[in-house]
Design a protein around this ligand. Structure first.
Ligand SMILES: [Zn+2]
Length: 475
């Protein structure tokens, strides 16, 4: 058997002020759970693994057209050179928009199918914060989205996809993808009810009665395209009737959970009052400035608000400020200087703040070790009991690794401000369960429905109160 792996991964926030060009992509990262799993499987079975391009960019605005086409064509050339192939497995984020392309994944999958022919198994692993289209479904045998959000099942979904792909190639199953448009857009957190039970039920249904795999495509609400929205995906063993029925049933269950599937956000002033009422630590999660959603990671609203309220024991990170990082490295460990921090990238970054700090630590090769993410340079700046970790590349505060590597004692803080909306949760849980998702201004502000959408379908909730009823009212 001959198996090909590759992928282009990014999530496009069409409202983001941050450009996404070729240099935004990390090429062929040292580890990738899908590619590495296929490599190990092929080695064990003495099959041939052909490893193609993997290009991964942090969320930003629509990719420059030439950048997308360059990466796509490189991948397509590799697929052509690898023919004949039995299985092509792609690692895609989903939700990738380029200038001139609303649906990069559909474009890529259609082109790959045209190259490999009808007999080859084509499948993809995706993030549920994806757009969804017929052009993605038609050329694909298998589309397996992460079930968990926060995404704790990334490796598991690679295993699921590979197992199903091998079974398909060996003609043990004939996967058929059925879908249902839930006509909504929302946030779904599977580490809390009602989504936790829902996802557990999906898992229980799989592997019996002809049901092979089930995914909920949450959708990505910050993409202004007609493809934005939530979809149910059921893959059956050649039983489209069952697939469609189940996708509709489950999809309507999801629709019934609208507005009730995520941790509520708390207005900034209320969040500050709550945090100041206890000794702490309280985590204030800066959803609106989450680099994982296409924000710059340099906004100052929460930090300035807790300082104004009188907080003294603060940990703040990871603040994306390449200029401040340059200054810290130039000054060196032990240097004391007054720095202007944050508030630089765009109008939603807030006002910068000036602070007399000591450079307490510098790292050239910092990493979020718990999740295997290289960060590069990082600086620890301290002012009395305020500790700030500054980085130069956009990464959300997925884990507390940079704080702990510098030796910052988070337990002693009253307030911990993180640049993340929810993915921090499993990794900061050992410090405290007092965490508040803050509704502050920012590129990813929670009040997303008032973003200047122009192209999104207005027939989905919450733009429409009753999107299923509108069928009968509108011809
Ligand atoms: Zn996601």
């Amino acid at each position: 058997m001959r198996l090909f792996t590759g992928g282009i991964l990014t999530e496009t926030n069409t409202f983001s002020p941050l450009p996404t060009g070729l240099a935004s992509f990390e090429l062929d990262p040292p580890s990738n759970s899908l590619r590495d799993l296929v490599a190990a499987c092929c080695k064990e079975r003495q099959w041939t693994h052909l490893s193609g391009l993997i290009a991964d960019a942090h969320p930003g605005s629509a990719i420059a057209r030439t950048a997308y086409e360059t990466l796509r064509d490189r991948l397509l050339d590799q697929v052509k050179a690898a023919l004949p192939l039995d299985i092509v497995l792609l690692d895609l984020h989903g939700g990738m928009v380029a200038q001139g392309y609303d649906d990069c994944e559909g474009d890529l999958l259609m082109r790959i199918r045209a190259i490999v022919g009808d007999e080859c198994v084509v499948g993809a692993r995706l993030d549920p914060h994806s757009q969804f289209s017929d052009d993605m479904v038609r050329p694909s045998d298998l589309l397996c989205f992460f079930k968990e959000n926060p995404h704790t099942d990334i490796s598991q979904r690679a295993k699921d996809l590979l197992r199903l792909a091998i079974d398909t190639a060996k003609k043990r199953i004939r996967p058929v993808i059925s879908t249902f448009d839930c006509r909504m857009a929302d946030v779904f957190q599977t580490n809390r009810e009602p989504m936790q039970s829902f996802v557990n039920r999906l898992r229980e249904m799989e592997g019996k009665n002809g049901i092979l795999d089930i995914s909920l495509v949450h959708g990505f609400r910050r993409a202004d395209t007609p493809l934005m929205g939530t979809h149910m995906v059921v893959i059956t063993d050649n039983d489209p009737e069952l697939g469609e029925k189940l996708a509709e049933e489950l999809g309507m269950e999801v629709f019934a959970m609208r507005g009730n599937a995520a941790q509520p956000v708390v207005p900034l002033d209320e969040a500050v009052t709550l945090a100041m009422a206890t000794e702490g630590p309280t985590i204030l999660a800066d959803l609106a400035d989450n680099p994982g959603g296409g924000a710059p990671g340099d906004s100052t609203y929460i930090f300035n608000a807790v300082r104004t309220a009188g907080a003294r024991r603060i940990a703040f990170g990871y603040l994306v400020d390449p200029l401040a990082l340059d200054y810290a490295f130039e000054a060196g460990v032990g240097a004391k200087l007054t720095m202007r921090l944050g508030g630089k990238a765009c109008s939603l970054s807030g006002d910068p703040f000036d602070l007399a700090v000591e450079v307490k630590g510098l790292q050239h090769n910092a990493a979020l070790t718990s999740v295997d993410v290289p960060i590069g340079r990082a600086a620890w700046l301290a002012h009395e009991e305020i500790d700030i970790v500054v980085i130069g590349v956009r990464w959300q505060t997925y884990t507390p690794d940079l704080f702990t590597q510098f030796g910052i004692d988070l337990m002693r803080k009253q307030v911990i401000i993180v640049k993340s909306g929810q993915h921090y949760h499993p990794y900061f849980h050992y410090i405290t369960d007092d965490d508040i998702v803050v509704d502050a201004p920012g590129v990813c502000a929670s009040d997303w429905r008032n973003m200047p959408f122009q192209r999104v379908k207005r027939t989905i909730w919450p733009f429409s109160d009753d999107p299923f009823k509108s069928d009968f009212e509108e011809p």
